[in-house]
Design a protein around this ligand. Structure first.
Ligand code: 13P
Ligand code: SF4
Length: 326
């Protein structure tokens, strides 16, 4: 990850003029600089409300190929900014806090992953989009949780596959496709913390509630869920289902969009095993604030940069994914 951390808390309060209307200023600069704000569903409500478009990681990648903007402000985590830069190298891409990393991407360092691939020749390498550009550059195919099953199914069944970095998503795909992909042992610290016991206890209070879970959750959570899917799939399901109450086992930011689309329904965040922590918030996603968006637009910093050799290699599996997702 790029370590341009000038936007640390102290600077942010010093540099944002007191009393300014952040939304107005952001909108003014957006028009002046021909910038677009793309936000992931896990961003806070105030950011989702000012964004030009919101989406899951697949939608954000697709938007990056279509925009005419000169600057993309990616309100999300760093690997999402890298994906946008890989697809749109001639635009400025900004992630308003370059320290917005991802525990899942961090669980797969490119040197170790490269050794793992070398130890297993003849395998196709499929990686989840939650990886660094360097890991994508080692991959034959990139997937997101929206298209993972479909893309893995497009690979001949007798072709051995390495899947990384998320062991939970990998297990889930193995179960659905009947494959035995070799899994990298990585995970997301937010999704691994949901507690089956606490979700079942919540079900006693809300017996008609449906449990919705992201496939990054552990298998026991997926087994007690009524619907498993990517962020976008969970959102769509919550609108289509006739249920009135939902227990949602993914990052809590998605509840804002679920509630906006279905104001008459009740969305309850699934409890993590440690009820003293705010574990269903991804602290990396929550590093992005309106103040930092304002500053990053004003100073056009921190810019996402990807080494050109790595970019060209990483572009190939991402473009394959986008083609197979149509
Ligand atoms: P989506 O692909 O569903 O947007 O998920 C991204 C992510 O970081 C999940 O934690
Ligand atoms: Fe990464 Fe997990 Fe945060 Fe998603 S929720 S960005 S996988 S740390």
């Amino acid at each position: 990850m790029n370590n341009n951390s000038w936007l640390k808390t102290g600077f942010v309060t010093e540099l944002v003029p007191e009393g300014i209307n952040l939304t107005e200023e952001i909108n003014r600069m957006k028009h002046e600089k021909n910038a677009v704000i793309m936000a992931h569903y896990y961003q806070t409500a105030d950011i989702q409300n000012i964004a030009d478009c919101i989406g899951d990681s697949l939608a954000l990648a697709q938007m990056a190929t279509k925009t005419d903007a000169s600057i993309i402000v990616l309100a999300g985590v760093y690997f999402m900014g890298e994906t946008a830069k890989i697809l749109s190298p001639h635009r400025k891409v900004i992630v308003p806090d370059a320290n917005a990393g991802c525990s899942l991407a961090d669980s797969c360092c490119s040197d170790e992953f490269s050794r793992f691939i070398a130890e297993h020749p003849n395998h196709k390498v499929v990686t989840y989009v939650n990886t660094t550009a360097a890991v994508k550059a080692l991959s034959d195919l990139v997937v997101t949780s929206t298209n993972a099953v479909k893309i893995v199914q497009s690979i001949p069944i007798d072709q051995p596959v390495i899947f990384g970095p998320d062991r939970n998503l990998g297990n889930y795909i193995n179960g659905l496709t009947g494959r035995n992909m070799l899994l990298w042992n990585g995970a997301c610290h937010v999704h691994e913390k949901f507690s089956v016991e606490k979700i079942l206890a919540l079900k006693q209070l809300y017996p008609n509630a449906e449990v919705l879970a992201h496939p990054e959750c552990k298998q026991p959570v997926l087994m007690i869920s009524d619907f498993v899917g990517s962020t976008a799939a969970l959102l769509a399901y919550s609108q289509q289902s006739t249920a009135k109450e939902f227990i949602v086992a993914t990052e809590a930011g998605i509840l804002h969009e679920m509630q906006r689309h279905s104001p008459q329904k009740n969305f309850i965040p699934a409890p993590p095993n440690d009820s003293t922590c705010a574990c269903n918030d991804c602290e990396y996603m929550k590093l992005i604030t309106l103040e930092k968006i304002y500053l990053s637009l004003k100073y056009e910093f921190p810019l996402v940069e990807v080494d050109e050799t790595i970019r060209q290699k990483a572009l190939i599996p991402i473009e394959r994914m986008l083609k197979l997702s149509k």
